[in-house]
Design a protein around this ligand. Structure first.
Ligand SMILES: [Zn+2]
Length: 142
């Protein structure tokens, strides 16, 4: 980590808060060189996760940005990018308990992934859940 303004590596953490529900740590840092402060968020990164799909158990890499695009499309009537980002974080936190290790990867079943998305979306906005189900061609009961 270095200062985004002057690129100095000499930083102090002046405040820190843990958000257990969304599993991230918020930190306020101040640069010892230029004196400017900035905020960082520290959270898990799902770069080792693969999705298992269908009866042939074919695997595909999971991309947080792909889920963000799908959820953004399902929530486009809400006109809130911030809410969409928060929804994706909430979805990822909710399906983490169903992730299982396989060799050097982490695996999630596509059906469980869809269930997590629908549970979070329907708790927030039913129309978004219906739109997501239609996009993905999966069943959803209102
Ligand atoms: Zn600096």
């Amino acid at each position: 980590m270095e200062c985004p303004y002057c690129h100095s590596p000499k930083l102090d953490v002046v405040n820190s808060r843990k958000n257990a529900r969304e599993q991230f740590v918020w930190r306020r840092r101040r640069c010892q060189e230029c004196g400017l402060a900035f905020t960082t968020h520290e959270r898990f990164f799902l770069d080792d996760l693969v999705i298992v799909r269908g009866t042939n158990k074919k695997t595909y890499p999971y991309h947080s940005s792909e889920l963000l695009a799908k959820v953004s499309h399902a929530c486009d009537h809400l006109h809130s990018v911030d809410k969409t980002v928060w929804l994706v974080r909430t979805i990822e936190t909710s399906f983490m308990q169903h992730v299982t290790p396989l060799k050097d990867k982490l695996v999630i079943n596509e059906g469980i992934l869809h269930k997590s998305v629908l549970a979070v979306l329907s708790g927030y906005d039913k129309v978004s859940a219906i739109k997501y189900a239609a996009q993905e061609n999966i069943p959803f009961e209102v």
